[in-house]
Design a protein around this ligand. Structure first.
Ligand SMILES: Nc1ccn([C@H]2C[C@H](O)[C@@H](COP(=O)(O)O)O2)c(=O)n1
Ligand SMILES: [Zn+2]
Length: 165
């Protein structure tokens, strides 16, 4: 789940950054994704706003969800039986992709849209397909990555600040 949250940091969405991480039966990471516009659709040209005059003026028409990107970014031929860790409960569209990719378990952090039809439909499909889902209970309250804490001695290239990621 921490990797899903780290991936989310790369999202350019100014209001909601979502990340997803897929692991296989041995907990090996096989896919990572975050919400973003499709390849070739510039973050500067396409709208990141939530509303506008029409649907064409807001992000919703264009953004690829973290779950979809994690599946499309998979490094294995297929993700049958894998587990997806995701920051937000998957929407109905992502549930369809999760089901069709044969992921067997979804572990989510937040279910803040639980009362929306989108989420109700998602759960209906996941239930029908026999896909398990559960909320993540973090073991650690905090995970901090502090580059100033790293002992760079013995490393050939010590980064000059600012550190690029
Ligand atoms: N399961 C989800 C839910 C949402 N997203 C993305 C889609 C948008 O970029 C953002 C939601 O925007 P908001 O309505 O909170 O302004 O999160 C996703 O990737 N996966
Ligand atoms: Zn979605």
């Amino acid at each position: 789940m921490a990797l899903a949250f780290l991936a989310a940091k790369r999202s350019k969405d100014p209001s909601t950054q979502v990340g997803a991480c897929i692991v296989d039966k041995n907990n090996k990471v096989v896919g990572l994704g975050y919400n973003g516009f499709p390849i070739g659709c510039s973050d500067e040209e396409f709208p990141w706003r939530k509303g506008g005059k029409t649907d064409l003026d807001s992000k919703y028409m264009y953004v690829c969800h973290a779950e979809m990107n994690a599946i499309l970014n998979k490094i294995t031929a297929d993700v049958t039986g894998c587990t997806m860790f995701v920051a937000l409960f998957p929407c109905a569209e992502c549930a369809k992709i999760i089901i069709q990719s044969r992921i067997s378990t979804v572990v989510y952090m937040s279910d803040k849209h639980a009362s929306k039809n989108e989420t109700i439909a998602s759960k209906r499909m996941l239930d029908a397909a026999g896909i398990k889902y559960r909320r993540h209970i973090p073991r650690e309250k905090k995970i901090v990555i502090d580059f100033d804490d790293v002992d760079w001695s013995g490393m050939s290239q010590v980064p000059q600040s600012p550190v690029k990621n």
